[in-house]
Every structure is written in C-alpha cells, then in structure tokens.
Design a binder for this molecule. Structure first.
Ligand code: PMP
Length: 436
C-alpha cells in the first residue's frame, strides 16, 4: 500500500509560471488550475485515442475527455479528416452553409423532443439564450434553478441558494448585479416540497425551471424518476417552461439524452460541446412554436458570428454520424458497467468507504457511506481530501481524472480493454493508499 513517487512536472511547472504572467491564476478556465488537487497543473501536448501526453512526456489514460465531449477519444480519424477537408475551404464565413443543415438534420431526425434548433458556440451561450427565450415566450421574468447544477457562467445562473427552503438566490460571483440574482430562485434537487412551495409563492411569475439532464457538475446526483415527472407536471400546470440542460447528458446517454432516460418531454433542450466533436459548439432547441419567438422570426434576439462555424459543423457531423451507428451506446454502457462492477467488488471486499455512482458512460467516485446522493448538501466537503489523495496516486500511475472530487469521469469508445484493465489496477492501488 505504497504511495508512488511523483511524476516529473518540471516542464509543466515552467509553463505554468509563464502562464501566470498572462492569465489570471495562469489559466483560461478556473478548475484547470488544480486548486483542489495536488501539484501544478499538467500542460497537455497532445492526445490520441484515450491517451494524453503532457509537456514532460508523461502519458496518461484520460477520463476527463475534455470534460465530456470526447466520447470518441482524441484524434478520431473521421473527425480529423472532416476538419482537415473543411480547412481548405474556409474557416469562417458568417453566412449559411450546407453543413449547418446536415448537422441539424442529424440531431433533429433522431430526437423527438425538439423540432427546430439554433447553433451557438458554447454551453454557456446555449443556456443563456434558452433562458431569454423562456422569458420572451412566457413574458415572465423569474427562473428557478437547483443548488448543485451548473449551467455556465451567465449572470442569471451564477446564483446559489440562500438559507431556507425557498429563497431568492445570492450571487455566487462578484460582478453579478443583485437585481439579476433576485430573478433567480434556487432550490434543492430531488425535493418535491420545495418545488411546490416555489410555485405557490411565485405564482404566475416563473418563466422557467432549469435543471441539468442528470446533474453531473457537482458529483453525479441521480434524481428520482418520480421527482422528474413531478417537475414536468408542475411546470406544465403552472405555465412555466422546463429547460433540460443536456450539455453533459445530450449525446452521452444517447441521441435522446436524459429526457428519454426519465421519459419526460421538456420544453427547451440545451446542448454543448459534444455536438461539435470537440470543437466549440452548442445549441438550443424546442418546438416550432417556441422557436418561432427567436429573431428574425420573433422578438427574442440572439446572434453569433461564429454560430454554425463550418469547421465545427464538419467535426460535429463526423462525430454524430459515428454515434448514430447501431449499438454504439449499448456497447459503451456495457463497458462502463463492467468497469464499475469490477471496482465495486474490490471496494466491497475491502470495505472501503467509497461509492461509485454511474449512468450511461459517466461515473463518479463519492467518498461516502450513503447508498445514494441526490442533493448537493448531501456531499461532505471533507470527503474531498480523500479524492485529492486518489487523484495524485492515479496521476502517478498514468491515469488522468478531472482535477476535483466534484467532477465526474467519462469513458469513451476509444478506451480499450487494456486501458481499462490498467486503470482498474491503478484505482485499486490508489484506493489502498487512500484507506491505508
Ligand atoms: N451546462 C452544463 C450542464 C455544463 O456541464 C456546462 C459546462 N460543462 C455548461 C452548461 C457550460 O458549458 P461551456 O463550459 O461549454 O460554456
């Protein structure tokens, strides 16, 4: 049960020092700074299939997968060829292209929940636009979100719960006007009582309730199906829209995402990076009737020079064409189940206080004795110390997990049997160190 000596991070450390002169905290997105785990962030040089190489030449099996979108792994030949072909034709036109139609057709003809969509360039943008659409459509201002769900960094959504069952939110970032936070109500996940109360207190004021397909940004918080059906029913009854944010679950749980998983019909769906095969893309979609409110058809303004960018569209078409092949998801889920079950058996045998929660090809290690975790406040922050140890031991054994215990892991179709066997061995050893 030995701590394995640390990999060299000399070159990464050098690059990080330089980066600190250029970027706040040395990074262009906060979690990359490795604040919640041991050591300096690794600067990545390249990826191929399920593998990553850093600036010091260390090789890793990657379970972060660019935070989910790389469901086909790195450097997929079909995506690469499609991007390369487009590169010779042009990088950006700011005009319509055939490629947008093709990607939209792949999405819409395989999804019974939305009839029209609009491409944007990130998940943040997709959600921000969906919120505006919901407000424009219902002519109401307030939105309800859940503690433990992340929807990008737009003002209305950088809001956390105050105290009490139902309260106005408090901003979770400096720079968000209080007036914005006052329009966002934050409640606990998987809690029917809170939902009921919010609709009685703010009757006829709530434009939309937004929830992640399956909350996966603050641990993996699997919601009760029954609760999701209640959420659908009460929003419909009260004339509010239900926005299902499928930035992570869309095309990860299948083309019909979490909506199909629960068997509910949301009003607006939002998608992110996975539909661009790793390129910057997002989208939001709804019925024809709701989408008719978007400019230039309707009065809700939303635009973007890079929206429907041809290179990103080409990558997306290549990616979704592969995902659309028969049994793709079934195979990936079976691989994930086998991986998780092998580890669960080891954990049980050793009576380690850690659980693996999983859905589709997403998994989350929770250092807890609880049988399930469905709400953000059920996660013990002190348990993150254990993740930190595990993360370090894994990196030292060539396994790359997300740099925070609140992040989920992803298995891609590029993870080979050998990759997963090596990972299982590394995880067993890492857990032995955590619990020694
Ligand atoms: N919604 C959800 C559910 C997300 O997980 C994320 C980020 N992973 C976003 C929105 C924001 O997406 P982006 O970081 O691409 O702006």
């Amino acid at each position: 049960k030995k701590h394995m000596s640390d990999i060299s991070r000399e070159k990464s450390a050098e690059l990080f020092e330089k980066a600190k002169n250029y970027f706040p905290g040395g990074v262009n997105s906060p979690v990359r700074a490795f604040k919640s785990v041991y050591g300096t962030p690794l600067f990545i040089e390249r990826g191929d299939k399920a593998h990553l190489w850093d600036a010091d030449g260390n090789e890793f099996i990657d379970f972060c997968c660019s935070w989910g979108p790389l469901i086909l792994g790195h450097n997929n030949p079909q995506i690469r060829e499609a991007v390369a072909e487009q590169l010779y034709k042009g990088l950006s036109f700011g005009a319509p292209t055939r490629l947008e139609n093709e990607l939209a057709d792949l999405i819409l003809s395989n999804n019974t929940y939305i009839e029209k969509l609009r491409f944007v360039s990130s998940g943040t943008e997709a959600v921000m636009s969906a919120i505006r659409l919901a407000r424009g459509y219902t002519k109401r201002d307030k939105i309800v979100k859940f503690e433990g769900c992340y929807h990008g960094h737009s003002d209305s959504l950088l809001v956390k719960a105050g105290s009490g069952l139902v309260t106005f939110g408090e901003t979770s970032s400096a720079g968000v006007p209080k007036a914005f936070a006052d329009e966002t109500i934050v409640i606990a996940l998987n809690d029917k009582e809170a939902l009921t109360e919010v609709f009685s207190r703010f009757k006829d004021q709530i434009a939309a309730v937004i929830i992640e397909g399956i909350p996966a940004n603050n641990g993996l918080l699997l919601q009760d199906k029954d609760y999701m059906h209640y959420l659908r029913a009460i929003t419909q009854e009260q004339g509010s829209l239900l926005i299902l944010d499928e930035v992570i679950t869309g095309f990860r749980l299948g083309f019909q995402g979490a909506a199909h998983y629960y068997g509910i019909r949301p009003d607006i769906l939002t998608y992110g990076k996975i539909i661009g095969g790793g390129m910057p893309v997002g989208a939001y979609g709804a019925s024809k009737e709701i989408m008719a409110h978007i400019s230039p058809d309707g009065g809700v303004y939303q635009a973007g020079t890079l929206s429907g960018n041809p290179v990103a569209m080409a990558a997306g078409i290549a990616a979704l064409s592969i995902l659309n092949q028969p049994d793709f998801y079934q195979k990936l889920e079976q691989t994930t189940q086998d991986f998780v079950n092998t580890l669960r058996a080891y954990i049980e045998e050793h009576q380690y206080e850690v659980k693996i929660f999983t859905v589709g090809s997403i998994f989350w290690f929770a250092f807890t004795t609880a049988e399930s975790i469905k709400r953000a406040d059920e996660i013990d922050p002190a348990s993150m110390e254990k993740y930190k140890i595990m993360h370090r031991e894994l990196l030292n054994r060539g396994i790359y997990f997300g740099p925070s215990g609140y992040e989920v892991g992803f298995i891609s179709a590029a993870h080979s049997t050998e990759d997963l066997q090596k990972t299982i061995q590394a995880l067993k050893e890492a857990l032995d160190v955590v619990f020694q």
